[in-house]
Design a protein around this ligand. Structure first.
Ligand SMILES: Nc1ncnc2c1ncn2[C@@H]1O[C@H](COP(=O)(O)OP(=O)(O)OP(=O)(O)O)[C@@H](O)[C@H]1O
Ligand SMILES: [Mg+2]
Length: 249
C-alpha cells in the first residue's frame, strides 16, 4: 500500500518561509485527495516542496514506493518545445529511464494514455498548435504515462470544458483505484472536490487548517474562514452533496 505523509515540513523560497511546520496523517493510495485553499494560500508551494523542488526542513515520507515514482504537473506547464504531442509524451515516459530505444510496451503505453484521455487525434500535432485545454490534457498524459505511484496535479481541470473536466477526474479516479497510487489534486471547484475526492487538505496562510474526509472538512465555517464566503452544503435531488454559495458576509 502506497502512502504519503508530511512530517513537520518547512517550505521556503530562499529566506521567505511559506510553510514553517506542516504535518499530515498518512494519505493513503487508492483514492483522490484534494488540496484546497484561496489564491496564494500555498497549494503550489506545497506541491513543489513535496516534489523536491524547494528546500526546507522536515520530511516527506513515502511508503510502498520511492521518489522516482513521483510525478508532478505544475500549474503553468510551459510547452514551447518544438515537439509533437506524441514525441512529448514519449519524452516524459523516458524521463529517468536509461537509453532512448523504445520498446513495444512503451509505445503501447503512449498510445494507451492518449486514448484514455481521448486525445489520440492530437498525436501528430505540434505542441505550439494546441489550444489551452488541449495543452492541459497533454500535460496530464505526460504525467500519467509512466504509471507513477505518487501524482501531484496542480489545478488539472482549470483550462478544460465541462465534459473534459468530468472525463479527466473520472480517468484519475479510475487510475488510482486500479493502481493504488496516491494522488493529490489542487482544485478550486469545491463541487468537483465533493464529487471525486474522499480526503481534503485545506491550506491558508502557510498552514494546513484541516485534513480529513472531504465532507467533514468542507463545512460552512471553514469555507467562511478560507474564502470569506457564505456557503451551504445541501443534498441534491439525486442524493449528492452540492455546495451553494450565498454571498460574501
Ligand atoms: N518563486 C517564488 N518566490 C517567492 N515567493 C513565491 C514564489 N512563488 C510563490 N510565492 C509566494 O508563495 C505564496 C504561496 O503561493 P502559491 O503559488 O503556493 O499559492 P497557491 O495556493 O498555489 O495559489 P493559486 O490558487 O493562486 O495558484 C504566495 O504568497 C506567493 O506570492
Ligand atoms: Mg497555485
Amino acid at each position: 500500500m502506497v502512502s504519503l505523509q508530511l512530517d513537520r515540513v518547512e517550505a521556503r523560497y530562499g529566506r521567505k518561509v511559506i510553510y514553517a511546520d506542516v504535518s499530515t496523517p498518512p494519505l493513503p493510495g487508492g483514492s483522490l485527495t484534494a488540496l484546497v485553499g484561496p489564491n496564494a494560500a500555498g497549494k503550489s508551494t506545497l506541491f513543489r516542496r513535496i516534489a523536491g523542488q524547494l528546500a526546507g526542513a522536515g520530511e516527506v515520507r513515502l511508503s510502498g514506493t520511492d521518489k522516482a515514482s513521483l510525478r508532478y504537473m505544475p500549474q503553468d506547464t510551459g510547452m514551447n518545445a518544438a515537439l509533437s504531442v506524441y514525441e512529448s509524451v514519449i519524452l516524459s515516459l523516458k524521463q529517468g529511464r536509461g537509453g532512448w530505444r523504445l520498446t513495444e510496451d512503451e509505445l503501447h503505453a503512449v498510445d494507451e494514455i492518449l486514448q484514455l484521455l481521448k486525445i489520440e487525434a492530437l498525436a501528430g500535432k505540434q505542441l505550439a498548435e494546441l489550444s489551452g485545454g488541449q495543452r492541459q490534457l497533454v500535460s496530464i498524459g505526460q504525467t500519467l504515462v509512466s504509471q507513477p505511484r505518487v501524482i501531484l496535479l496542480d489545478e488539472p481541470t482549470s483550462a478544460l470544458d465541462l465534459y473534459r473536466q468530468y472525463e479527466v477526474l473520472e480517468v484519475l479516479r479510475a487510475y488510482v483505484e486500479r493502481t493504488g497510487a496516491v494522488a493529490i489534486l489542487a482544485l478550486h471547484d469545491l463541487n468537483q472536490v465533493m464529487r471525486v475526492c474522499t480526503t481534503t487538505i485545506a491550506v491558508a496562510n502557510g498552514r494546513i487548517v484541516a485534513t480529513g474526509p472531504t465532507l467533514e472538512v468542507l463545512r460552512p465555517a471553514l469555507i467562511r474562514e478560507l474564502y470569506g464566503i457564505e456557503a451551504r452544503v445541501e443534498t441534491c435531488s439525486r442524493g449528492c452533496p452540492m455546495m451553494i454559495v450565498d454571498g460574501a458576509p
